[in-house]
Design a protein around this ligand. Structure first.
Ligand code: FMN
Length: 236
């Protein structure tokens, strides 16, 4: 088996271009807990709204937990059985409870002047508390999704592959694992492990067909706007 560090320090473009959704994992591959936590520590360098870091992780390793998860997976049963770990990412709808720790640590470590930390806390926490459940759900989905993307790239750097999974019973997953469903909203599942089959390549719409330039004036994205000839761009 490769050592966990074999693939480290690949250049960014090879990580980016090499990532694929992998759906076949080596059932015998195990990721040490310390390495998994290390990957998560790298992934949580992701940005989050007011740095509230609302992502939380349910890490499914054991056969018993996989058995409980299986009926909640719409498809992707094989990955649930074979991936080294299944990481269910939740967003904490009461993430502001960590605000004192986050801003307090920032002040203690000299990252943020103490007075500024206090002022920011005084502004942010009441605002977050006042959010509707719907608004907070949106906030945590954005933050946790950015982190999840980062996790998938970090995994590649460690020589692992991932399958992001949105097809699961969102309404039942927290309770099934004894997690408070009123506080924690499931966002996405990331299956992670050693690929036994590479993922498929997939087509991407080119950015030029998706973009509005600010002179587009009511056109569809991709319809004109860019000065193709001046830019030396030829349309297909
Ligand atoms: C939010 C989200 C939900 C997804 N849900 C599933 C899923 O339920 N099952 C699955 O096999 N793949 C799922 N995928 C993977 C996509 O099918 C895959 O990312 C897409 O086809 C592009 O392929 P690539 O990841 O190899 O570039 C999901 C991806 C995202 C971003």
């Amino acid at each position: 088996m490769d050592s966990p560090d074999t693939h480290r320090s690949q250049d960014f473009s090879s990580i980016l271009e090499g990532r694929r959704t992998v759906r076949n994992f080596d059932r015998s591959a195990h990721i040490p807990r310390s390495e998994l936590l290390g990957m998560l520590d790298e992934a949580v360098r992701a940005p989050s709204s007011v740095n509230m870091q609302p992502w939380r992780f349910l890490i499914i390793e054991s056969e018993d937990a996989r058995r409980r998860l299986l009926p909640l997976m719409r498809l992707n049963k094989r990955q649930t059985r074979d991936a080294s770990d299944i990481i269910v990412i939740f967003g904490d709808l009461e993430c502001y409870r960590q605000a004192d720790t986050i801003y307090g640590q920032a002040a203690k470590r000299g990252i943020l002047p103490g007075l500024m930390a206090k002022a920011q806390l005084a502004a942010i926490v009441p605002a977050y508390r006042a959010f509707t459940r719907e608004k907070m759900t949106r906030v945590v989905h954005i933050d946790a999704s950015l982190m999840a993307m980062q996790l998938m790239l970090v995994a590649r750097e460690h020589g692992y592959d991932t399958n992001p999974i949105g097809g699961f019973e969102e309404d039942r997953i927290a309770e099934t694992f004894g997690i408070d469903p009123n506080r924690y909203a499931p966002v996405i599942i990331i299956a992670i492990g050693k690929a036994t089959k590479p993922g498929h390549d997939s087509y991407r719409l080119p950015a030029r067909d998706l973009a509005w330039w600010d002179d587009a004036h009511g056109r569809e994205p991709g319809e004109g706007g860019a000065d193709d000839e001046a830019d030396g761009i030829k349309r297909a």
